[in-house]
Design a protein around this ligand. Structure first.
Ligand SMILES: C[S@@+](CC[C@H](N)C(=O)[O-])C[C@H]1O[C@@H](n2cnc3c(N)ncnc32)[C@H](O)[C@@H]1O
Length: 303
């Protein structure tokens, strides 16, 4: 299968096997939420926490091969509690992937801002998930302007009276390298976000028990790709990542093991194709270009 048989398709099969047909260095972003260890066995089969790393590594080997050197892999995962403690499979996976050749560049937190209260004897509501960033090289594409946020009310008070320290670069006292010059932000309307993403879990899609909100893949697609780039979700489920890519004018490749989810994802993609001009008008995400037209500049620009 050549690269073009994959592009803008939802494919059935084990992602580790299906991806063997995709050329090296052909994907700009991999964004995915794999089955969590031992969870949801009734809906799409689980993997035992102890076997998780050995189950996952042959797949990440393929991800590493198909990702471009400038590309990024974002893995949405959270370790579950086993026998009263957090299992270490995510930590072990990170270490094993580093041995495989990945860089563990960064970690984002998805704060689920709409969760309801609960009571457990020895812990509180699990209210966040990891989005772990892996790269092949330290020099990867990142379009930070695309995810800037309004400066917010803190600026009115904080920037009104600047101290002497605020007007020079204040280096981190603990040597972290995260120095700051507060005066740089005076008069600005938009600022860069931090690495915590606040999004509700609720989503319109009720066809998959583990679907994430479409704004989650969208945020990362904007940050790490430009229009015409290729976004791969090797555990695509109900197709949310493909829809996000389409709405932003990116190409997608989706894979899932479960034929029922393949049908759901394909139906959602078809419906999005029909609705795309309406989506464009409503939220301004999509400019009317062909998704295969990679010659167009990203409307957000690059750094
Ligand atoms: C957490 S769900 C993904 C949900 C998806 N993000 C969405 O929004 O609908 C994980 C998916 O991985 C699929 N899956 C499990 N093992 C797989 C494998 N070896 N290759 C491809 N897909 C697999 C499951 O069928 C399931 O749909």
């Amino acid at each position: 299968m050549d690269r073009f048989s994959f592009i803008n398709n939802i494919l059935l099969g084990d992602c580790g096997e299906v991806l063997k047909g995709l050329p090296d260095n052909s994907v700009d972003l991999i964004f995915t939420s794999p089955p969590y260890a031992d969870q949801r066995q009734k809906t799409y089969g689980g993997v035992s926490p102890d076997a998780y790393v050995s189950w996952f590594l042959p797949k990440t080997e393929q991800f590493l091969r198909v990702l471009k050197p400038t590309g990024t892999f974002i893995l949405n995962i959270k370790e579950r509690v086993v026998n009263g403690e957090r299992h270490t499979y995510v930590i072990e996976l990170i270490l094993a992937m580093r041995s495989q050749g990945w860089l563990w560049t960064e970690e984002f937190m998805w704060h689920k801002k709409n969760s309801y209260p609960g009571k457990w004897p020895n812990r509180f509501r699990d209210n966040w998930e990891r989005l772990i960033q892996f790269n092949k090289s330290k020099s990867f594409n990142m379009y930070q302007e695309a995810v800037m946020v309004p400066v917010g009310n803190w600026a009115k008070d904080r920037l009104a009276k600047l101290s002497q320290t605020d007007q020079t670069r204040d280096e981190s006292k603990v040597g972290s390298g995260f120095g700051k010059n507060v005066s740089n932000w005076v008069g600005r309307d938009m600022v860069y976000p931090n690495n915590v993403i606040h999004l509700a879990t609720e989503c319109a899609n009720k066809n998959h028990s583990a679907a994430f909100p479409i704004e989650l893949p969208k945020w990362f697609i904007k940050l790490f790709t430009k229009q015409g780039d290729v976004v791969l979700d090797p555990f695509i489920g109900s197709g949310t990542t493909a829809l996000a890519a389409m709405q932003l004018g990116r190409n997608y490749v989706g894979i899932d093991l479960n034929p029922e989810y393949i049908d759901i994802a394909r139906d959602r993609v078809a419906a999005t194709q029909i609705a795309l001009p309406i989506v464009a008008e409503e939220n301004g995400d999509y400019q009317a270009i062909s998704t295969s037209d990679s010659s167009r500049e990203d409307k957000h620009g690059s750094t």
